[in-house]
Design a protein around this ligand. Structure first.
Ligand code: GLC
Length: 524
């Protein structure tokens, strides 16, 4: 049994987790100071978002040096300390790697724009204007606007699927492969347990760069979808991961690659996790589902079916740093939190790895950031038509004291809502009814039932407003999630193990009564 297959990963969006040096941005010393918390919570691994030197046009997803640490986040010594101290607690650590694009300040790009003849030019995708002087094709940036920017001095356009400060690399150039082999080895040598691969499906583009037949929005996100067409998910990309897998496998320990394949089609995502490719890929299907039992059931069932084909397990994600926090998606406030608790219990009973985004264990909601304080390029690239992703990236409240809530001794890079005191770690940690206490309880319960959660899966029939399934190992675990607002009585036997609300599930003779927007695990 490999550690990652059923692991609970906790995503640390480093800028917003905990600030150790008072500059208002989270950093490695901040993470080091919270390892006790993470151990207490009971997660298995952390994923740290990009911390490499970067001009921060996309908050670190624009890397100018892949083998160093940006001074705002700390030093290589801090990374060493994190690996050592996390490992001492039995926590694995994976880092983010950004292979689709570099920063425009990366030395390669700086050379590339010097002259068309520069040898580094071919490491990016430069093309002559079309006959009318416009961009070479109709591709749109995921962040809005065209995916091409004209470089006046050298008279060609360069491709950027994201911001213009993030020029796309040309993976048809062998030097790009060698470069990333070296980067992977560098961090694995240091002791990293693996990588989360940023836009893993995007590395190769159609060789002829043909125009997209259709452009639409990715449901549930602010992104433009270019999927199923020419801008990404090309067959050649799979060889990159076969090569990386061999590198990972040449290291002792169980190193893991997790792909961000932001395509809402589990069958396509599954291809990236064939046995000789990535170990895991995020399955974002739940992120795109509203609070609706038939949609959720369909998403789960399709994900499991497709992932089974590749003998790997699916993965589950409810929130991350790019999407609206799920408490808000599920209705916001106490209702949203109640549903989020139920969703967690349902997710924890599913087979495969789970990804928790920092702050969801506190029940944080999406925050409305005033335009003047916004930082996300999505907001600027769409001329304010889209709100941007800052609202899910607000720093964590650790203590109850406004305005900094123990996140920083300085001024937080985004303001923390003044009413977040009761949501802070300090306010929730010793309150057995709190969201935080429930997350810990659900994580513990999933460990205690790991054998069933690794075992068989079967849908059970029931009323339309419920999703009900059974997991079987040495004992059976039945998970019921009631998506309706009314309590329901179900003819299910078995002892109540855990419910998403303290008194939310009750035994009534040989039946179970389950409150609305509530989930329960029964031991059969
Ligand atoms: C991924 C990241 C996102 C980033 C983008 C470009 O989708 O999760 O935050 O903006 O890639 O690197």
């Amino acid at each position: 049994m490999t550690w990652w297959r059923e692991a609970v990963f906790y995503q640390i969006y480093i800028r917003s987790f905990s600030d150790g040096n008072g500059d208002g941005l989270g950093d490695f010393p901040g993470i080091l100071g919270k390892l006790d918390y993470l151990e207490w919570l009971g997660i298995d691994a952390i994923w740290v978002t990009p911390f490499y030197p970067s001009p921060m046009a996309d908050h670190g997803y624009d890397v100018s040096d892949y083998k160093a640490v940006d001074p705002v986040f700390g030093t290589l010594g801090d990374v060493d300390a994190l690996l050592e101290q996390a490992h001492a607690r039995g926590i694995k650590v994976i880092f983010d790697i950004v292979p689709n694009h570099t920063s425009d300040q990366h030395p390669w790009f700086q050379n590339a724009i010097r002259a068309r003849s520069d040898p580094d030019r071919d490491k990016y995708i430069f093309r002559a204007p079309d006959a009318d002087g416009g961009p070479p094709n109709n591709w749109r940036s995921v962040f809005g606007g065209p995916a091409w920017t004209f470089h006046e001095p050298t008279g060609e356009y360069f491709l950027h699927l994201f911001a213009p400060e993030q020029p796309d690399l040309n993976w048809r150039n062998p030097e790009v492969h060698e470069y990333f082999d070296g980067i992977i080895r560098f961090w694995l040598d240091l002791g990293a347990d693996g990588f989360r691969i940023d836009v893993a499906h995007a590395l190769y583009k159609d060789e002829m760069l043909r125009s997209q037949p259709e452009i639409r929005r990715v449901p549930g996100t602010q992104y433009q979808a270019l999927e199923g067409t020419y801008a990404w998910d090309q067959p050649e990309v799979h060889d990159v991961y076969r090569r990386w897998r061999k590198i990972g496998d040449s290291y002792p320990g169980d190193r893991v690659f997790v792909g961000e394949v932001f395509i809402l089609d589990p069958a396509t995502v599954a291809k990236y996790t064939r046995p000789d490719e990535l170990h895991l890929a995020f399955n974002f299907f739940l992120v795109a589902q509203p609070w609706d039992p038939s949609r959720m059931k369909h998403a789960i069932s399709l994900s499991m079916e497709e992932m089974r084909l590749v003998e790997n397990k699916p993965t589950w994600v409810l929130s991350n740093h790019d999407v609206v926090r799920h408490v808000t998606r599920f209705g916001g406030g106490d209702l949203g939190r109640r549903r989020a608790r139920a969703a967690l219990l349902m997710m924890m009973a599913l087979p495969g790895a789970k990804f928790i985004y920092q702050g969801e264990e506190l029940g944080l909601e999406q925050v409305e950031i005033p335009d003047a304080l916004k930082q996300d390029p999505v907001f600027f690239r769409t001329n304010g038509k889209k709100p941007g992703r800052d609202g899910c990236r607000v720093p964590l409240p650790w203590t109850e004291s406004a305005p900094t809530f123990g996140f920083t001794a300085g001024e937080p890079w985004l303001p923390i809502p003044p009413e977040w005191g009761p949501l802070s770690v300090a306010a929730q940690k010793d309150d057995s009814e709190s969201m935080l206490a429930f997350y810990k309880e659900a994580l513990l319960a999933s460990k205690a039932n790991s054998e069933s959660i690794r075992g068989g899966f079967e849908w059970l029939e029931g009323p339309e407003q419920c999703v009900i399934f059974k997991r079987s190992g040495s004992h059976s675990l039945v998970c019921v999630c009631n998506f309706g607002s009314q309590a329901i009585t179900l003819p299910l036997s078995g002892e109540i193990m855990v419910a998403s609300e303290g008194e939310g599930a009750r035994k009534v003779g040989s039946a179970v009564e389950l409150d609305g927007n509530c989930a329960v695990w029964l031991r059969a």
